[in-house]
Ligand binder design. Structure first.
Ligand SMILES: CSCC[C@H](NC=O)C(=O)N[C@@H](CO)C(=O)O
Length: 684
């Protein structure tokens, strides 16, 4: 029996422990916190540089959707004001040339429609009643019209229709007849017949006029001529265009007579036309198609009539992702990835070596995994707004003045400031394959103590030609939160290190990228704070390929989670949505012309070596890396007697993170699988 004072003593100690454990607990990130994060996108800075309009995204816990409204932030006072409000998605803001009105797309009445808000009065008008979602809104320079693109469906009756159905009988749904090359699109489902066309809408509303009407997809980024009578757009209008997936060119459309003139015609894509403010030039992106896995997208300029084409970024071994003109038409602002960071630079049009970096802190839009993803906007006065990247926060809005960055918003202080997050540290190391320098990042769990030993999770990016960086990532944070060290790297084949580095895996994937990943694990073990019996590996998409590949080569991992992988390149090329691209750019031959070549790089070929307990996780509506890939591996592992399980996420596409609860489920399954196998290591 305990006496009263002893029991009070233990009561106080127990109470204190609870308090300590509650406060420790509430300070680390939980998967439910996904619903609390916000981020900025779709930036537009006013011509005087005083105001930035942006979409403030939030996660709606009731509908499990990412929604957002348009806000403004004053660049001097940092005061934020709502332009729109309500539980729906308002996006793609476009400021009228005089700066008095904001056009945007909104789902507030159901299907996405075009709205305009008069900024001084706050009055709003719904301008359209469209049957498909509009995109690429651009005001004409005279402010009278808005050009946009939209899908136009082509109704074609099925070749067979059954007769004899009695009145009121309930027969099965009619079969679906498909004869298009592209018949399903990841994230978009099975596609309707039709094409994307350009439209013109009066800025006062009314009936939109269809400007293009042929069998080609004419939608996409559009730029107005200075006269407000011409549009410049990029489209794939060539013969055999479906099997020439990079065959985009730049075209001019004269609005009055509908005449379309082709301005570029090389073998390779030309896209993103941007007419200069003086109307004399078109800046655009493109490259000569070498049928390689990766090409740098180069900055080009041509005269407005298509003559005098020249490359402005030939000396920059990086891919340009976005371009904007300076108001005097003497410079271009360009955005590109470099060593896992996203940079904004100013580039003179008079010489390619006249380039200065203005900011290296763009990013923050890929809140799931730490991919590079950013935006910028430039005002007529040259004021710059960017989405700001911080390893501990999703994208905020910032302005860049004289190469100095000032953060304007703090969208996540309420949700994240009181949390102890994983600290992110850069590492560089020579690969065991050939000494090539590889860059990566370590996420240290909250309250990390280097005298202790931690489980290690290797998390691998997809693409495979993409880049991770020191950007906020809910997945990395949540994997680290319960006490795991997480390492993520950019193995060879990643973007942001130049064309040769990305092409290391051209028709050669996986290969030495696997060595780069294994070296990262060795480098971490050498640091002394990793428990070598608790090594875990996971990755999604291209990262799923490399995870499945790794466990076919080594048994060093205590468990693996393979997310949305390709397991068999032969079947992948014949089931993936973008198959005309994959078989031509990732392989030299068609699958049946080189079965050995396809199988040599397929993880399924090495499944006989696997002993690692492996969880598989894929969306059932993933049409990029279809779930049949996952099923093949699951059944093969079962046949082999390897411990395995399959997590199927209903209705989820390749972008599993798009529904916040699916991102929660993904992370929680990974942590649960690793925790089971961590405990098994403790028992051993
Ligand atoms: C390895 S098959 C292609 C999968 C996909 N690449 C292009 O669509 C991929 O790896 N996606 C990555 C990057 O977007 C992902 O993380 O989903």
């Amino acid at each position: 029996m305990m006496n009263a004072s002893v029991s009070r003593f233990f009561g106080v100690i127990f109470g204190l422990c609870c308090l300590i454990s509650i406060s420790v607990h509430s300070n680390t990130l939980k998967s439910l916190d996904i619903f609390d994060i916000e981020y900025a996108s779709d930036l537009v800075i006013s011509s005087d540089g005083d105001t930035v309009y942006f979409v403030r995204h939030y996660m709606d816990i009731q509908s499990d959707r990412k929604l957002g409204n348009i806000w403004s932030v004053n660049t001097k006072t940092k005061q934020m004001l709502p332009v729109t409000t309500g539980d729906h998605l308002d996006y793609a803001p476009a400021l009228s040339p005089s700066g008095d009105r904001l056009a945007y797309i909104s789902t507030r009445t159901g299907k996405p429609q075009i709205f305009v808000t008069w900024l001084s009065s706050g009055k709003t008008a719904k301008l359209t009643n469209l049957s498909s979602a509009p995109s690429n809104l651009v005001w004409s320079p005279n402010g009278n019209s808005i050009a946009f693109s939209m899908f136009v469906s082509e109704s074609k009756p099925a070749p067979v229709s059954l007769s004899g159905k009695p009145k009121d009988a309930k027969w099965a749904d009619a079969p679906i007849y498909i004869d298009d090359v592209y018949y399903r699109r990841d994230g978009g489902g099975y596609t309707e017949k039709g094409s994307t066309e350009l439209f013109l809408l009066s800025s006062q509303g009314g009936t939109p006029r269809q400007l293009t009407q042929d069998e080609f997809n004419n939608g996409g980024a559009v730029s107005w001529g200075k006269d407000s009578k011409t549009l410049y757009f990029s489209a794939n209008r060539g013969e055999n265009r479906e099997f020439t997936p990079l065959g985009r060119d730049i075209f001019k459309l004269t609005i009055d007579d509908g005449v379309i003139t082709q301005l570029t015609d090389r073998v390779g894509p030309d896209s993103n036309p941007k007419v200069s403010p003086n109307g004399k030039y078109i800046a655009y992106l493109g490259f000569d198609d070498k049928r390689a896995n990766y090409h740098n997208n180069l900055l080009h300029i041509m005269d407005i009539d298509g003559n005098n084409k020249r490359i402005l970024s030939a000396d920059l071994d990086r891919s340009i992702d976005a371009i904007e003109w300076s108001d005097d038409a003497k410079n271009l602002y360009i955005q590109y990835d470099d060593f896992g960071h996203t940079l904004l630079a100013k580039q003179s049009i008079s010489g390619s070596n006249k380039r200065s970096v203005l900011s290296k802190q763009l990013g923050g839009q890929s809140y799931g995994r730490p991919y590079t993803s950013a935006e910028f906007s430039v005002s007529a006065k040259g004021n710059l707004a960017i989405t700001y990247s911080d390893p501990s926060r999703p994208a905020d809005v910032a302005v860049v003045t004289n190469q100095k960055t000032t953060i304007l918003t703090q969208l996540n202080e309420d949700a994240l400031a009181h949390k102890t997050l994983a600290k992110i540290e850069e590492i560089r190391f020579p690969s065991s394959a050939d000494g090539k320098e590889i860059q990566g990042w370590i996420a240290y769990p909250p309250n990390f103590d280097k005298t202790k030993r931690y489980p290690l999770i290797l998390e691998i990016h997809g693409g495979p030609v993409t880049a991770y960086g020191p950007h906020f990532s809910m997945e990395i944070q949540l994997l680290a939160a319960p006490g795991n060290v997480v390492v993520y790297i950019n193995p060879r084949g990643s973007s942001s290190y130049g064309q040769a580095f990305a092409r290391e895996i051209d028709k050669n994937y996986p290969s030495k990228d696997h060595d780069d990943l294994m070296t990262a694990v060795d480098v971490l073990i050498e640091k002394g704070f990793i428990d070598p019996n608790k090594l875990f590996i996971t990755g999604g998409s291209g990262g799923g390929v490399l995870t499945a590949w790794a466990i076919g080569q080594t048994d060093r991992f205590a468990a693996a989670v393979v997310a949305k992988p390709v397991i068999n390149w032969f079947s992948f090329v014949l089931t993936a949505d973008s198959y005309p691209f994959f078989y031509q750019y990732w392989f030299d031959k068609k699958p049946w012309e080189d079965i050995d070549g396809y199988m040599k790089f397929s993880p399924i070929s090495y499944v006989g070596n696997v002993t690692t307990p492996t969880l598989l996780l894929t969306g059932e509506a993933d049409y990029r890396t279809p779930i049949s890939e996952t099923e093949q591996y699951y059944q093969a592992l079962k046949i082999q007697g390897v411990e395995t399980a399959m997590v199927r996420i209903p209705d989820a596409s390749h972008g599993i993170y798009r529904k916040p609860s699916n991102l929660m489920a993904k992370v929680e399954y990974i942590l649960w699988w690793f925790e089971q196998h961590s405990q098994q290591q403790d028992v051993k």
